[in-house]
Design a protein around this ligand. Structure first.
Ligand SMILES: Cc1ncc(COP(=O)(O)O)c(C=O)c1O
Length: 316
């Protein structure tokens, strides 16, 4: 499955006095620049799913996500591109006027259906899922966040591309939600000298390791490459921000032109710099961090971020 206008993601170095002090090299794999509409890991998670759906004669894709979901946004665009109907089952109310993420999705032809939060929680129960998707049958269902084995297969390609671009690196960092991208990176790496670090964007997701292990155990995806999930930098939970995160992101802009968003890539970079300060990495290490995109979500966050900034400025 090919996407036109694909830009081969570049590797961009980061300079900062802390990196010099600790004798570390940090590079960012700019997967956010992959495509103007489908950025980062989203395309890798979708590409084999779309090919599989098409090969099996599907005309309609159904998936799940929150109101700012990068995944639903990308799916809607891919559906339009590959002439597939798309249905987005959205967690909670769909507020009118639509936010920019959902407005794009509708403009690209996605039909949005609101699913109450209590029902949404049951989306992985087989009987309930069957009931939910019955009105849209026949259809091809992609789980929330696109997280299935075909997504793992796609994300393995990110690791392979980076191995072609960078000779030797000790750590590969990625933000985590469902863990499918992390599993893909582990399965795609060939060098066991590299450790994959996943920075979890959600609070209390203690079964994430189990989910990643499960994905790796299927299809023989476990390459034996070491990996670890870091849970300490969710900054309050999914789509929440902390004053420390905002301050870090503001400082980041002073030394790097790489745009971050606060839901995934900002938290990963914040966590990474905290670990660097804590001497987690051996001097001389080379770290590659993956920018997984998601910058479209910033449009819905700007107001919230400004509110937090004002709170930070007002002394209590
Ligand atoms: C920008 C961004 N980064 C990281 C992730 C986390 O990926 P995963 O759910 O595969 O762990 C997502 C979710 O798909 C995302 O949208």
């Amino acid at each position: 499955m090919k996407l036109s206008n694909l830009i081969a993601p570049s590797i961009q170095g980061v300079s900062h006095p802390l990196l010099e002090e600790k004798a570390l090299r940090l590079m960012v794999s700019r997967q956010d620049l992959l495509h103007p509409k489908i950025s980062g890991n989203k395309w890798y998670k979708l590409k084999h799913n779309i090919a599989h759906a098409k090969a099996n004669g599907a005309h309609r894709l159904v998936s799940f996500g929150g109101a700012y979901s990068n995944h639903l946004h990308a799916l809607a665009y891919a559906g339009q591109l590959y002439d597939l109907d798309t249905i987005g089952l959205v967690r909670g109310e769909i507020v009118s006027p639509l936010n920019p993420t959902l407005q794009d999705a509708v403009d690209w032809g996605m039909q949005l259906i609101a699913v109450s939060r209590s029902e949404y929680r049951r989306r992985n129960e087989a009987d309930f899922l069957e009931q939910l998707i019955r009105p849209f049958e026949p259809c091809y269902v992609i789980p929330e966040g696109g997280a299935n084995l075909l997504a793992v297969k796609g994300c393995a390609e990110i690791a392979q591309d980076i191995e072609h671009q960078v000779d030797c690196f000790d750590y590969l960092c990625v933000p985590c939600g469902t863990g499918a991208t992390l599993a893909g990176l582990v399965s795609g790496l060939t060098s066991r000298q590299t450790k994959v670090l996943g920075f979890c964007a959600l609070k209390g997701l203690r079964d994430l390791e189990e989910k990643v292990t499960q994905l790796l155990s299927l299809n023989d995806y476990d390459s034996g490459v070491p990996w670890q999930v870091i849970h300490a930098y969710h900054c309050g939970g999914f789509a929440r921000v902390s004053p420390e995160l905002i301050q870090f992101m503001d400082r980041w802009q002073e030394f790097s032109d790489i745009p971050l968003e606060p839901i995934y890539t900002g938290k990963m970079m914040f966590g990474l710099f905290q670990l660097i300060e804590q001497n987690y990495f051996f001097p001389g290490s080379c770290i590659v961090a993956i920018h997984t995109g998601g910058l479209q979500g910033l449009r819905g966050m700007c107001e919230k971020l400004e509110r937090y900034r004002r709170q930070i400025e007002v002394p209590r």
